[in-house]
Design a protein around this ligand. Structure first.
Ligand SMILES: N[C@@H](CCC(=O)N[C@@H](CS)C(=O)NCC(=O)O)C(=O)O
Length: 199
């Protein structure tokens, strides 16, 4: 039996990984799931994949499960920013005839993904062997992720008033990192992003 299992949700990004494995001539098993009528994946599929975000694809290689490819660098944009920006853009574009109640319900629905993402990052940081996302050394993953997380935390987009202590410590460490401070001094950068008032 091949040691690799691809958790494959139909009509999804899962095809990327099937293609990649195929291109690499790697043998693999496939755990298929069809989408539910609401286009979500079945609950048991989410449990089986081992992906705490409950998304596909996920790939198990021996004892290791990988999701988000390439991990963290891709996730900074394609997961964290995508989910947060949906909440940013929504009030800018919603017709003023839509009731406040519907607006609140929609924002609450969109916030679920942001909070799941932050829960995942909190877990990753608790599993790290050092202060950074991938252990004791600063990597591109930290540098990519820092802006996304700083943006979400400062604007409180979708955070629902919750706190994530490990993420907050990691953000402070990023802020105190010598190369970050040098980049700030050179560019005059500061993140002061005020979301416009909703009409
Ligand atoms: N950034 C992630 C996105 C994963 C993702 O959002 N997958 C969708 C399918 S394309 C999914 O699992 N949706 C089902 C659900 O949310 O229940 C990646 O590239 O792996």
């Amino acid at each position: 039996m091949p040691p690799i299992t691809l958790h494959f949700l139909q009509a999804s990004r899962s095809i990327r990984i099937a293609w990649l494995l195929s291109e690499l001539n790697l043998d693999y098993d496939v755990n298929f799931a069809d989408r539910l009528p609401n286009m979500k994946s079945p609950e048991d599929f989410k449990t089986v994949t081992g992906n705490p975000l409950g998304k596909a694809p996920a790939l198990r290689d021996g004892g290791v499960t990988v999701y988000e490819s390439p991990p963290m660098i891709h996730a900074a944009e394609a997961t964290f920013m995508l989910h947060a920006l949906a909440i940013t853009y929504f009030p800018w574009n919603i017709p003023s005839s839509v009731s406040p109640n519907i607006r609140q319900q929609t924002e609450a629905g969109l916030s679920i993904n942001v909070q799941k993402d932050l829960d995942w990052l909190e877990t990753e940081l608790s599993l790290s062997t050092g202060p950074w996302l991938c252990g004791s050394e600063l990597t591109a993953a930290d540098i990519m992720m820092q802006f996304s997380i700083d943006f979400i935390m400062k604007t409180e987009l979708g955070t629902g008033g919750r706190s994530w202590p490990k993420i907050e410590k990691w953000l402070r460490d990023c802020g105190e990192c010598g190369s970050y401070r040098r980049a700030m001094e050179k560019t005059g950068y500061e993140l002061t992003f005020k979301l416009p008032e909703v009409k």
